[in-house]
Design a protein around this ligand. Structure first.
Ligand code: ADP
Length: 168
């Protein structure tokens, strides 16, 4: 059984992430989408477990996808899960530098672990979770960028966050 991991922040999941998930799920027996977080740097729109819930909701139709949350080192996590491949999405040259470095470090830490890069769909090349948060902040319609099942959640969360900010 070939298991791969697709790690990321997913704050929140976008249609770009979902596109990579569906394509990667076609290549492996099992794909674990893992929300990786750093306990010292726990800032974000959604908490790690909320992000995982959103991912679960939008991947319900993909049977070989499992969703998890972890603050472990990716290479240790992969070893524990018996995964031999890390999937990364590549949007542009800027992603490549960072991901290439991580892939080499990860292989040094866990020689059994290889990284597979999937190029972003051209429709979503420019899409990132931070862009989504910026758009949501200004109340822009998120359809076409975020899975429709979670648009209300993103809008609602952004409203709560704005309500909690001090007024100028
Ligand atoms: P971001 O916050 O920039 O969206 P994440 O940490 O959530 O990034 O991304 C997880 C993985 O998904 C990374 O490999 C990243 O390169 C990839 N990715 C992010 N957005 C896209 C997209 N629009 N198309 C393809 N891959 C993507």
């Amino acid at each position: 059984m070939k298991t791969a991991i697709y790690p990321g922040s997913f704050d929140p999941i976008t249609l770009g992430h979902l596109n990579i998930i569906k394509r990667a799920a076609n290549c492996f027996d099992k794909l674990i989408v893992c929300v990786m977080y750093n306990m010292e740097k726990n800032t974000g729109l959604f908490s790690p477990s909320e992000r995982a819930d959103l991912i679960r909701r939008v991947t319900m139709g993909v049977p070989n996808v499992e969703v998890d949350v972890s603050s472990d080192l990716l290479t240790d996590y992969a070893r524990a899960k018996g995964a031999t491949v890390v999937v990364q999405g590549l949007r542009a040259v800027s992603d490549f530098d960072k991901e290439f470095q991580m892939a080499l470090i990860n292989r040094r830490l866990n020689p059994q672990l290889d990284t597979m890069f999937l190029t972003a769909s051209e429709k979503y090349m420019y899409l990132s979770s931070s862009a989504i948060k910026e758009l949501a902040h200004y109340g822009v319609d998120l359809s076409g960028w975020v899975p429709w099942e979670i648009i209300d959640d993103v809008e609602q969360k952004m409203k709560e966050l704005k309500g909690a900010l001090p007024a100028f």
